[in-house]
Design a protein. Structure first.
Length: 152
């Protein structure tokens, strides 16, 4: 991963591994971090009900599918989706502990990647609108992510 502005995410991955034994690789962690704002919007009301849990499962599948065409061809998408779901479950419980670290590491990564910024914003809206429209809590979370990550 010889990309610019990724050092903060690499450092976050190393720190994360100190607190959490995870099976996801550094590349997979970067994807997890990119979709972290979507998770924050999904859980913005502080309660993960049955419908939201379905969206969380869809998000884990969505993240895993980004590795479906991995050049090495040895990615088990179903297993990776399960791993992402485990990380999301952990993050739901401890998101307050990690929120600012993820946002601060993600900001420089997104800075010069307008296509990734667009993906982040589109995914946030996709999952927020999938429920019964965008709630007040979701809109506040969206506005917060747009401001902190300079999404347009």
């Amino acid at each position: 991963m010889a990309e610019k502005n990724i050092d903060a995410l690499r450092a976050l991955y190393k720190e994360y591994q100190q607190y959490r034994s995870t099976t996801i690789t550094e590349d997979q962690f970067v994807s997890f971090a990119v979709f972290f704002p979507t998770l924050l919007v999904i859980i913005s009301d502080g309660v993960v009900d049955m419908d939201e849990w379905e969206y969380v499962k869809q998000l884990s599948q969505f993240m895993a599918n980004t590795f479906k065409d991995d050049n090495e061809g040895n990615i088990n998408v179903k297993k990776l989706s399960k791993s992402y779901l485990e990380e999301i479950s952990y993050m739901i419980k401890f998101q307050e502990d990690w929120r600012s670290d993820f946002i601060n590491a993600l900001r420089p990564y997104l800075k010069d990647r307008p296509e990734v910024k667009n993906t982040v914003l589109e995914t946030i809206y996709l999952f927020a609108e999938a429920s019964e429209g965008i709630s007040e809590e979701e809109q506040e979370a969206i506005d917060d992510m747009k401001e902190k990550l300079q999404l347009k």
